[in-house]
Design a protein around this ligand. Structure first.
Ligand SMILES: [Zn+2]
Length: 193
């Protein structure tokens, strides 16, 4: 998921957890698993905050300048959702986007993620709150400063709040071992094992 950089204010124990969870996550991809936070229904379970991503301020400046010159150029709101625009600006939105990817070889078959199983907060494939954060791997920030957080006990069928705070949301820590759903998904993908 992320590159192995040493963040300031990170203890050796936290660094170890980060390495383990990153390697386990990447192994999940090798087995064919996709990101839990990119499920179409993720908004009811987690909150993604684009403005806390690395390079957000830089990309926003560029996007706004381009938009001033050309009203048809994408807005920052669009760049925060669109996985392909995210590539164009070297921005990590594609790791969080729930919008379909259109592969050039199969333009009529957009690719999105749906899964009937319950949202899996324990999955190796769910990013931790500070993933790709402009604030680094620092867990002492107010909830509003993280990239992805978990809604606290959102009642069924209520609309999620528009922003996260210490009352309505909490941090997602590094998951270091496969969840039972991760194991089940791998078993379904490799039924002969
Ligand atoms: Zn990943």
């Amino acid at each position: 998921m992320s590159d192995f950089k040493v963040y300031p204010n990170t203890t050796p124990k936290q660094m170890e957890e980060l390495y383990i969870s990153d390697v386990a996550h990447e192994l999940g991809h090798i087995f064919g698993l996709q990101h839990e936070q990119q499920r179409l229904d993720r908004g009811r379970f987690v909150h993604f905050e684009c403005k806390n991503l690395q390079r957000y301020d830089e990309v926003k400046k560029q996007v706004e300048e381009e938009h001033k010159k050309d009203p048809n150029a994408p807005t920052m709101d669009k760049v925060c959702k669109d996985p392909l625009l995210s590539h164009r600006y070297g921005f990590a939105v594609n790791q969080f986007s729930t919008e379909p990817y259109y592969w050039s070889e199969k333009p009529d078959q957009p690719w999105t993620m749906t899964r009937s199983a319950a949202f899996d907060y324990n999955s190796l494939m769910l990013y931790h709150s500070a993933a790709f954060s402009k604030f680094g791997e620092d867990y002492s920030k107010p909830i509003g400063d993280y990239v992805i957080v978990k809604w606290k006990g959102l009642a069924p069928k209520t609309n999620p709040p528009s922003s996260a705070n210490d009352q309505n949301a909490e941090i997602i820590r590094h998951n270091m071992v496969p969840s039972s759903w991760d194991i089940q998904a791998i078993r379904e993908l490799y039924p002969w094992t």
